[in-house]
Design a protein around this ligand. Structure first.
Ligand code: NAD
Ligand code: UDP
Length: 312
C-alpha cells in the first residue's frame, strides 16, 4: 500500500490529485494551512479512512509518522491575486516549505515531486516554451515573490537530488482551470465565468491581445500523476499547448454562458507575461500524455460548477 503526502491538498489542483490517489488505492496525508484552500474541496472524502487531513503550515515544520513513499509539494498561493496579497508567505512556502518537504523525502527515502510553474519562464522571449529555456524573470518586481520562490524550489529540488540522491520530479504547470477554483480566486477563467454568470462586465486587463494556454484540470491531474509515476527527473512542462488571446477567452465565455455581459478594460498588471504556450514534446514522448479536453468543453464544465456554487 503506497502512502502519499500532499502539501496543499485542500487547494484546487491538490484536491484533484488526492481524489485520483485515493481512487487508485493509495493512502493520502494532506498537509494544508487553508490559506488559499478550503476544507470544502475535500468534504466529499470525509468518510474515507485512507485520507488524513492535517491543518498545518509547512513552513514551520513537516513531519509525518511512519513510512512515506512520495511527497507531492503543492502548497503555495498560486493565483497572482493571492501571491501579491501574501508575498512573504509565498516566498516562505516556496523556499522553507520546499526544503522541509525535501528533508522529509530524504528522511523517508521517498520521491519528492515539486509543483513548479510556467512562471519560472517569466515574460518569455522564446515561444513556445521548452524545458531548456532559462526564462526571463524580473527578480525584483511584484511577481518575483512567486517566480523566484519557484525557481529557488527547482534549484533546491535538483540539489537534494545531486547531494543526497533524493528521487525527484519537477512539474512545470501551465494555466489550469476547472471545478474547485475559488469563485474569488482572481484568475482569469474563474473571474470571467463568475462575472458572466452574475451579469457583470468581464474585466480584460490590457487590450486582450496577450495569450495563455489553458489546461482543463482533469487533463492536468492525469499528466501530473503520469510524471509522478515515471522516472523522468528533468523538469517537465505539463499543460495544454493550444494558445488563446484573453479577448478570445472572453468571447468564448460569453458564448458558453449565454451572457450579455459587456467587456470592461483595466490596466495590465506589472510584468504580466505577454504570451505563454508550453512545448509538451517531452511529456508526449516520455509520459505518453497529452491533454484531451478542448477549451470550449472545459469551460462549459467549469461554468456548470460555478453555477452550482453561486446558486448554493
Ligand atoms: P490553490 O491556492 O488552490 O492551492 C494551494 C494550496 O496550498 C491551498 O490549499 C493553500 O491553503 C495551501 N498552502 C499555501 N501555503 C501553505 C503553507 N505554508 N502550508 C500549508 N499549506 C499551504 O492553488 P492551485 O492552483 O491548486 O496550485 C497548487 C500548486 O500548483 C501551487 O504550488 C502552484 O504554484 C502550482 N501551480 C498551479 C497552477 C494553476 O494553474 N493552478 C499553475 C502553475 C503552478
Ligand atoms: N486577466 C484578465 N482579467 C482578469 C484576470 C486576469 O485579463 O480578470 C489576465 C491577466 O492579466 C493575464 C491573464 O489574464 O494576462 C492570465 O491571468 P491569470 O491571473 O489567470 O494567470 P497568470 O497566467 O497571469 O498567472
Amino acid at each position: 500500500m503506497a502512502r502519499r503526502v500532499v502539501t496543499g491538498g485542500a487547494g484546487f489542483l491538490g484536491s484533484h490529485l488526492v481524489d485520483r490517489l485515493l481512487a487508485r488505492g493509495d493512502d493520502v496525508i494532506v498537509v494544508d494551512n487553508l490559506v488559499t484552500g478550503s476544507r470544502a474541496n475535500l468534504a466529499h472524502l470525509d468518510d474515507n479512512p485512507r485520507l488524513t487531513v492535517l491543518e498545518h503550515d509547512v513552513t514551520t515544520s513537516l513531519t509525518v509518522d511512519g513510512p512515506v513513499d512520495s511527497i507531492l509539494h503543492f502548497a503555495s498561493p498560486a493565483s497572482p491575486v493571492d501571491y501579491l496579497r501574501l508575498p512573504i508567505e509565498t516566498l516562505r512556502v516556496g523556499s522553507i516549505g520546499t526544503l522541509n518537504g525535501l528533508e522529509l523525502a530524504r528522511e523517508k527515502e521517498a520521491t519528492f515531486m515539486l509543483a513548479s510553474t510556467s512562471e519560472i519562464y517569466g515574460d518569455p522571449q522564446v515561444h513556445p516554451q521548452r524545458e531548456d529555456y532559462w526564462g526571463h524573470v524580473n527578480p525584483i518586481g511584484p511577481r518575483s515573490v512567486y517566480d523566484e520562490a519557484k525557481r529557488f524550489a527547482e534549484a533546491a529540488t535538483m540539489s537534494y537530488r545531486r547531494e543526497h540522491g533524493v528521487e525527484t520530479r519537477i512539474a512545470r504547470i501551465f494555466n489550469t482551470y476547472g471545478p474547485r477554483m475559488q469563485p474569488d480566486d482572481g484568475r482569469v477563467v474563474s473571474n470571467f465565468i463568475v462575472q458572466a454568470l452574475r451579469g457583470e462586465s468581464l474585466t480584460i486587463y490590457g487590450d486582450g491581445s496577450h495569450t495563455r494556454s489553458f489546461c482543463f484540470v482533469d487533463d492536468e491531474a492525469a499528466g501530473l500523476l503520469a510524471l509522478h509515476d515515471s522516472d523522468v527527473a528533468e523538469p517537465t512542462n505539463i499543460g495544454n499547448p493550444t494558445e488563446f488571446t484573453i479577448a478570445e477567452l472572453a468571447e468564448l465565455v460569453q458564448e458558453i454562458t449565454g451572457s450579455g455581459s459587456t467587456i470592461e478594460y483595466r490596466p495590465l498588471p506589472t510584468d504580466d507575461p505577454t504570451q505563454r504556450k508550453p512545448d509538451i514534446s517531452q511529456a508526449r514522448a516520455r509520459l505518453n500524455w497529452e491533454p484531451t479536453v478542448d477549451l470550449r468543453d472545459g469551460l462549459a464544465r467549469t461554468a456548470d460548477y460555478f453555477r452550482s456554487v453561486i446558486n448554493r
